[in-house]
Design a protein around this ligand. Structure first.
Ligand code: DQQ
Length: 536
């Protein structure tokens, strides 16, 4: 019941029990959305991994199926790890995934639907030809760092391409393979891309984005008005980064990040909080690209075992290239709004420096909150200290109660009545150089729980928004133990896991606050209770 399980979520994807990590093989097939995921059938910690499977008509409500892929042949006897689905030109899907063989080497395998006429794709079969790609004495591939094939794409020469995450020494790389028939794969001489000092690249994702439209593109699309995105998950830091660049399969068949793009831990991120092993797919029904990402626990392993589960998926997010061409933007799929109920609106109001107020009348433990601020007078903004290279450092130093010039202003979610507990999501505005303002978005977990065994690290993102000309918007999805925030219309996303002990159920409240010296205007503020979705 929800009383003994206050941290289980109501509208985030979760298995009924046990450990879950990476999203695998997301796709749409015959009008049904499929999500597979790394799952431990035996417990709440990582191990015994199979591909669990669920399907959905709307990306909100999900029904569970039997695991689709599990160890069953020599090429995957010791593990069925992450991978991706590709829809072939004849419309049928195939899955490439990483198997762990009897020598504990990482190899790439294929699985086919047993009955392509079944929209649920319940049964999957493998070929005795597996593995299709493997480390050998001559190909120089590191057998313990060769995993997570992407969705494959076709070049103008008709050949398939796929990348697999790897490293050589400390150089992270995306090894490229090509194939004419999807069965015989030949390693390309050059990786699609690599970068020094980034370590193992897990779960690479490579996809095209349009420079002229927010609509998504099928993975093989290329040509004018198309840029490419390469995302990698860094095993060393358990953080992801992406670059935007160019890719022409008819020329060198390598990906080149745009000049000035940053590789590694200071690079751009889909999410500046907890978010890992993410993967996109092209939704051909609605012409959008959708991002899935795994949200790990911040609780102790002991607590995970006690509650009997570990891991969530972030809500599926539409992802597209920002008008600036310099970053991606994300927004929760609109289907999620079906769960909104009991809307509460706060009329536009001035939030004076040093004040706060409660917004009530909705279920604050399970909510969708959307608001925007306008700052008419930025005179009080403090000077930006350029040593704050990472917004996370700034947000760690300046928590929600540290007074500033303009900001902190934002919301306190999952707050107990006496504010012994709260998770604050807020903005600070600084004066930068060249008369430009620097906007930081923070998610402050330091007071999120009276339980001291949870990880309360703070997160931060710089937002490419000009507060002198634009509104500063925030949307936060609150779902019992997850606080998933979208700042600047989706330019900065931060996801946090929190485990309040008082701010649960009716004990949860929501406040708007401004602890800066300057006043800010709340120009819009709506909050909804969120209904429970039917998930697994
Ligand atoms: N998880 C999988 C691997 C992948 C890692 C194993 C990333 O395939 O590299 O469960 O979280």
């Amino acid at each position: 019941s929800s009383a003994d399980q206050p941290y289980r979520t109501a509208y985030h994807f979760q298995p009924p029990k046990n450990w879950m990590n990476d999203p695998n093989g997301p796709m749409i097939y015959k009008g049904l959305y499929h999500l597979f995921y790394q799952w431990n059938p035996k417990g709440a910690v990582w191990g015994n991994i199979v591909w669990a499977h669920s399907t959905s008509k709307d990306l909100v409500n999900w029904i569970p199926h039997e695991p689709a892929i599990y160890p069953s042949q020599p090429a995957d006897m010791n593990g069925t790890w992450s991978g991706s689905a590709t829809i072939l030109p004849n419309g049928t899907p195939v899955i490439l995934y990483t198997g762990i063989n009897p020598a504990n080497q990482q190899v790439q395998n294929i699985a086919f639907p047993k009955k392509a006429s079944d929209p649920y794709l319940i049964e999957w079969v493998k070929t005795p030809k597996n593995p299709l790609m493997a480390p050998t004495a001559s190909n120089m591939i590191n057998a313990s760092s060769f995993r997570d094939p992407t969705t494959a794409w076709v070049g103008p020469d008709g050949r398939w391409r796929v990348i697999i995450g790897s490293k050589r020494g400390r150089r992270g790389m995306a090894i490229l393979y090509r194939s004419k028939d999807f069965i015989h794969w030949v390693k390309a001489q050059h990786p699609l891309h690599s970068a020094p000092n980034t370590g193992m690249w897990e779960c690479p994702d490579f996809f095209p984005v349009s420079t002229v439209s927010p609509l998504g593109l099928d993975t093989s699309s290329n040509g004018p008005h198309v840029k490419h995105v390469l995302k990698v998950s860094l095993d060393d830091t358990r953080k992801e980064y992406y670059t935007i660049g160019t890719y022409d399969p008819s020329k060198k068949d390598v990906y080149t990040p745009d000049a000035g793009s940053v590789e590694g831990d200071l690079g751009l991120r889909f999410d500046y909080g907890k978010f890992y092993a993410s993967k996109t797919f092209f939704d051909s029904a609605k012409n959008r690209r959708i991002l899935w990402g795994w949200i790990n626990e911040s609780s102790s392993v002991e607590d995970d075992i006690k509650k009997g589960w570990s891991g969530l998926q972030a809500v599926p997010r539409v992802i597209w290239l920002d008008k600036s061409g310099k970053q991606l933007v994300q927004w929760p799929v609109m289907e999620l709004e079906k769960l909104r109920t009991g809307r509460v609106d706060v009329p536009s109001k001035l939030l004076r420096g040093g004040s706060k107020f409660e917004v009530s009348g909705f279920t604050a433990s399970q909510a969708d909150v959307e608001l925007s601020f306008e700052v008419k007078n930025l005179d009080k903004a403090e000077k930006f200290d350029p040593s704050w290279v990472k917004a996370q450092d700034l947000c760690t130093q300046k928590t929600a109660t540290v007074k500033g010039g303009i900001g902190p202003f934002g919301i306190m979610a999952l707050a107990s009545k006496g504010l012994e507990e709260y998770t604050a999501i807020f903005f600070r505005i600084f004066k930068g150089t060249n008369n430009k303002y620097v906007v930081a978005m923070c998610s402050d977990q330091t007071k999120s729980s009276l339980n001291n065994s949870t990880d309360k690290a703070n997160y931060g993102a710089f937002l490419d928004v000009d507060p002198a000309k634009e509104k500063l918007s925030l949307r936060t999805l609150i779902d019992r133990s997850i606080v998933e925030s979208f700042g600047g219309e989706g330019k900065g996303c931060i996801t946090a896991r929190v485990y309040p002990t008082k701010a649960i159920g009716d004990g949860a409240h929501l406040y708007a606050f401004n602890y800066g010296a300057g006043d800010v205007l709340i120009s819009s503020f709506s909050a909804w209770s969120m209904k429970k979705a039917q998930i697994n």
